[in-house]
Design a protein around this ligand. Structure first.
Ligand code: ADP
Ligand code: MG
Length: 700
């Protein structure tokens, strides 16, 4: 078999060789000639037009000027050339090829210079611009011809892979690869969406014939990525909904009604709507896989309780999984209150449940006596067996991996997989949710319970600390409580503990006992110590709770009106928003006070200000994504998004995404498993695995 050009190692591309090949691999991840043509220009410039020097903005993108050499100086180790046009003057600096360049740039001669402008000692300059002969007067106009600008690094440029060289390499690579490029999308998909062929798209993304073709090339390549991504995600859903594989829960049941009638408040419209959506799922005969998004405090717990009661009312058990011990216990306490009017028995199981208690609990779970069990990861241990688990509710899904979810499925004797409701308070922008949870149905509680006072968010510095302490004392005098949270990103970091302990000392000095009581909770305390301190705060015996982010999710202390976040710049935006949601739960006006360190970067400052000005979690997430791009979304920062898109951007290509998703739905409606011959190419593309989201747990 003849090796395809695209599979040929990059070192064999004319103009590359082993040294540059190693560099291209390291800097851009390019191993083969085929890899190279998949590096698309992120911008194109019209090389036939020139920027007047007077209009060159330092630190702007690359510019091209046509200028005359005025003088050439050779201070030690470099070459400094001054050039001018009719509008002004600038310097060019060269550290390499000094002799050769000096010979070329004779004063009086005119060239075109292409490079990145900067300001140096108050003068405009360009370091190592590319030099081309100036176009001869009256030469055929090249207007509209655009050259791609490729991602580059200093190392690449130093090795001589300049923008111009990159363009040459790309031209060589395309000449070899294009003839063997085969179409990846079926003909009907191209036609119905008016897409360029892959060949045309590749040619025009690198060397556009005109602006219109460039636009269409970009669209084709982005559409392809987003369309295949949506197909990959939606396929599971379409296959699932074809099979009759869900437990039918047709009844509402007495327990649901008893609980509902005894509620101390009216459900919000959004809560009612979501419960209706869930009920429709439960009756459908298909397994429910629903994501419930709702900002902190929007009342998801109530929805969970009522959903669990629907399962119980149909003769099935339900489990509710929480990410931490503290949360599981708090959930259990809350849920027990709501269950009081019903006869349903609930229990809690965590890592610290005593052996004697387990002995009673496990049989009661196995024989169906317990209707609803709340717990942590302990619920997925092998010893835990259900009589007939019909519903699993997972709170704060990002902390449970897919595998852990799958283990739950195996625990039921119901014969069919349990329905799944995943709840998250992490607001995910719509476009991202559509992409990442393409296989889940999404419900949103977009309305807060009435009577909630807005939370005032303030950004302060260490200088304002005395005022902050006075403010907290005033709040305590009014009978309120305060959280003071320290960053603890990695549980093992010694420094973080020092911060926390020193912070605690400072707080205790400022709020001496009596009359003040300060409790402290962190991840390295024994469970009973943690529970004791937490309970002291929940019950109102402590005025202040100093803690790490263990209180991040779920903990409900309606009497707390102040949330102080120390070194706020060290937290992610969504984490800050979660923490802020711990207050504002009672009827009092609440405050979130962000204390920032002395050295805060521009981005962090911007983020903190954004938080001060935005209270809605979804708006915040949208804005954050717009500012940073989805690849940097919190929680995905370290691991990267679980999918790599080459050209499409989830943040910027929302419209193409919508179109691609709608079209993917139409394709799947006609052929859910993509079995028809016309969809052969789609099957092949999906089989490559590029579009599979492997680990949902990485998404926060
Ligand atoms: P979430 O889990 O979504 O952050 P919770 O379920 O803990 O929110 O609810 C927050 C608070 O609002 C709780 O104290 C709860 O009792 C209360 N609550 C929930 N639904 C309503 C409602 N419809 N009307 C008034 N208060 C409500
Ligand atoms: Mg909650």
């Amino acid at each position: 078999m003849i090796k395809k050009a695209s599979d040929t190692e990059i070192q064999f591309l004319p103009g590359v060789g082993p040294k540059r090949a190693a560099l291209l691999a390291r800097e851009l991840g390019v191993g083969t000639i085929g890899d190279l043509v998949k590096i698309y220009p992120f911008r194109h410039i019209d090389r036939s037009t020139f920027t007047p020097i007077a209009e060159v903005v330092p630190d702007a993108a690359m510019v091209q000027v046509k200028a005359q050499v005025v003088s050439v100086e050779t201070p030690p180790k470099r070459l400094k050339v001054t050039v001018k046009d009719d509008t002004g003057e600038m310097d060019l600096v060269f550290f390499k090829g000094v002799k050769y360049t000096a010979e070329k740039l004779v004063p009086g001669a005119v060239f075109t210079f292409f490079g990145k402008p900067a300001l140096f000692n108050g003068r405009l300059n360009m370091v190592h611009p590319e030099i081309d002969p100036a176009p001869a007067p009256g030469a055929a106009s090249q207007a509209g011809v655009m050259t791609g600008v490729y991602p580059s690094t200093e190392k690449l440029r130093n090795a001589g892979i300049t923008a111009k060289v990159m363009n040459k390499l790309m031209a060589n690579a395309l000449r070899m690869v294009l003839p063997e490029v085969t179409e990846t999308l079926p003909q009907y998909v191209l036609q119905e969406n008016s897409l360029l062929s892959l060949q045309q798209a590749l040619r025009n993304i690198h060397f556009p014939k005109d602006a219109e073709l460039l636009k269409r090339a970009r669209y084709r390549l982005k559409f392809e990525e987003l369309f295949l991504l949506q197909l990959s995600l939606l396929k599971q859903k379409f296959i699932r909904s074809r099979g009759e594989n869900g437990i039918v829960m047709a009844k509402v049941g007495e327990d649901f009604n008893k609980c509902y009638d005894a509620l101390p408040y009216q459900l919000t419209g959004a809560q009612k709507r979501v419960i209706k959506e869930i009920r429709t799922d439960l009756m459908s005969g298909h397994q429910m896989n629903r994501l419930l998004q709702g900002d902190v405090g929007s009342g998801k717990t109530m929805v969970a309780v009522l959903t669990a009661l629907l399962a119980v009312g149909n003769g099935y058990q339900a489990c509710i999984m929480a990410p931490t011990e503290v949360l599981a216990r708090q959930h259990f306490a809350n849920i027990s209150k709501y269950l009081a009017p019903t006869g349903v028995k609930a229990a809690v199981l965590t890592g610290s449940t005593k052996a004697s208690e387990r002995k009673k609990l496990l049989p009661a779970l196995a024989n169906g006596e317990i209707g609803i069990i709340v717990g942590t990861h302990a619920l997925i241990e092998d010893t835990v067996v259900f009589k007939n688990l019909g519903l699993a509710i997972i709170d704060e899904q990002h902390r449970f991996g897919v595998e852990q979810r799958a283990r739950l499925w195996g625990k039921t004797t119901a014969g069919l997989p349990p329905h799944v409701l995943v709840m998250t308070a992490t607001p995910i922008p719509r476009t991202l949710a559509m992409t990442l949870y393409g296989d889940l149905d999404v419900s949103v509680i977009d309305e807060m319970p009435p009577g909630r006072k807005p939370i005032q968010t303030l950004l302060i510095t260490e200088k304002q600390r005395p005022a902050l302490w006075r403010f907290i004392k005033d709040q305590i005098a009014l009978g309120r409580q305060a959280f003071i949270v320290y960053p603890l990103i990695f549980e093992s970091e010694k420094l973080d503990y020092q911060n926390l302990e020193q912070g605690y000392e400072k707080v205790v000095q400022a709020f001496p006992f009596p009359p003040y009581k300060v409790a402290i909770v962190h991840g390295q305390q024994a469970n009973d110590v943690k529970t004791f301190n937490m309970d002291a705060f929940v019950a109102g015996r402590a005025n202040i709770l100093v803690s790490t982010t263990v209180i991040e999710v779920g903990v409900d202390v309606p009497n707390a009106s102040v949330m102080v976040i120390e070194s706020a710049e060290r937290f992610g935006l969504s984490q800050l928003h979660q923490l802020r949601g711990r207050v504002g739960r009672g009827a009092d006006k609440s405050y979130c006070i962000l204390v920032k360190g002395d050295k805060v970067g521009k981005d962090s400052q911007h983020r903190l200000e954004l938080l001060c000005n935005t209270e809605n979690g979804f708006d915040l997430a949208e804005e954050d994504m717009r500012m940073r791009g989805p690849g940097d979304l919190e929680g995905t920062q370290q691991s990267g998004l679980p999918i790599n898109l080459n050209i499409a951007s989830l943040a910027k290509d929302g419209q193409i995404l919508q179109a691609a998703r709608g079209y993917a739905e139409r394709v799947l409606a006609a052929d859910p498993a993509l079995e028809l011959p016309v969809n052969r190419l789609l099957r092949i593309e999906l089989a490559k695995g590029k579009y599979e989201v492997k680990d949902y747990s990485k998404i926060s």
